[in-house]
Design a protein around this ligand. Structure first.
Ligand SMILES: NC(=O)c1ccc[n+]([C@@H]2O[C@H](COP(=O)([O-])OP(=O)(O)OC[C@H]3O[C@@H](n4cnc5c(N)ncnc54)[C@H](O)[C@@H]3O)[C@@H](O)[C@H]2O)c1
Length: 246
């Protein structure tokens, strides 16, 4: 028997990378999964996950658009009647030095990473408050805690996600809803594939475990936070980073 048998989980940015890995892991633990992404690939990922013996729903959504997010939750309720778990994972980078950073680079990163997370958290809260239970996990980043040259937009958005997590944890606790964040370090995905070797070396130098992490490392942490084992944990930031930030 899985740890979250019969639960319904929404995972944003689930087409690939860390989101796909989280969706797979929660399916293995017994949850039905709603996969949302802007990418067409989300359909194929959902079919793959269905083979694990759970029900899935793939929805093409841009989480920056409130109407699309509301539609995602309406469709989830139509299909599965409830939402037990929300994983706010979708995110983007548009790296640049501050003096060269365009308004579009700033706005798009804040829109997806911070506002997108808020949109989904708000829609989930309405349902979870009525249910008087729910678990929300927001994917932040180590740079949301320590900052990073060339990523002012991204680190500000991820720092914002941590404050959003704490405020939501305080607001929703009385209704039996927990809200936590996971702060990944350097994880090997499409997002980090594009980094220059120099940037990767710089990360390796400050990782005590001297290696990058895998999407599964993040999925392991998320799987704990959405399980009953974490019922008394809320408003926390769990670093999964080989010791980079401590
Ligand atoms: N890879 C890392 O080292 C690392 C480190 C720290 C934090 N993170 C965070 O982990 C999360 C997943 O990152 P990843 O490495 O798997 O990257 P990724 O680019 O492989 O996956 C991100 C997914 O989000 C989707 N997405 C982007 N904008 C969207 C939107 N507007 N609406 C819906 N979906 C959207 C993308 O299509 C993609 O499938 C992100 O929030 C990222 O910031 C990653």
């Amino acid at each position: 028997m899985g740890k979250i048998d019969g639960k319904v989980a929404i995972v944003t940015g689930a087409a690939r990378g860390i989101g796909k890995s989280i969706a797979e892991r929660l399916a293995k633990e017994g949850a039905d999964i709603v996969l949302c992404d802007i990418l067409e690939e989300v359909d194929a990922t959902a079919k793959e996950i269905e083979k694990l013996g759970v029900r899935t729903l793939a929805v093409r959504v841009d989480i920056t658009k409130i109407e699309e997010v509301e539609d995602l939750f309406t469709r989830t309720i139509e299909a599965f009647s409830k939402v037990d778990i929300l994983i706010n994972n979708a995110g983007i980078t548009r790296d640049n030095l501050i003096i060269r950073m365009s308004e579009a680079e700033w706005d798009s990163v804040i829109a997806v990473n911070l506002k997108g997370s808020f949109n989904c958290l708000k829609a989930a809260s309405k349902i979870m408050m009525k249910q008087r239970q729910g678990k929300i996990v927001n994917i932040s980043s180590v740079v949301g805690v320590m900052g990073n040259a060339g990523q002012a937009n991204y680190s500000a958005s991820k720092g914002g996600v941590i404050s959003l997590t704490k405020s939501a944890a305080k607001e929703l606790a009385a209704r039996g809803i927990t809200v936590n964040a996971v702060a990944p370090g350097y994880i090997e995905t499409e997002m980090t594939k594009v980094l220059p070797e120099k940037a990767i070396d710089a990360f390796m130098n400050i990782i005590p475990l001297k290696r990058g992490g895998k999407p599964e490392d993040i999925a392991n942490a998320v799987s704990f936070l959405v399980s009953e084992d974490a019922d008394y944990i809320t408003g926390q930031v769990l670093h999964v980073d080989g010791g980079m930030v401590m």
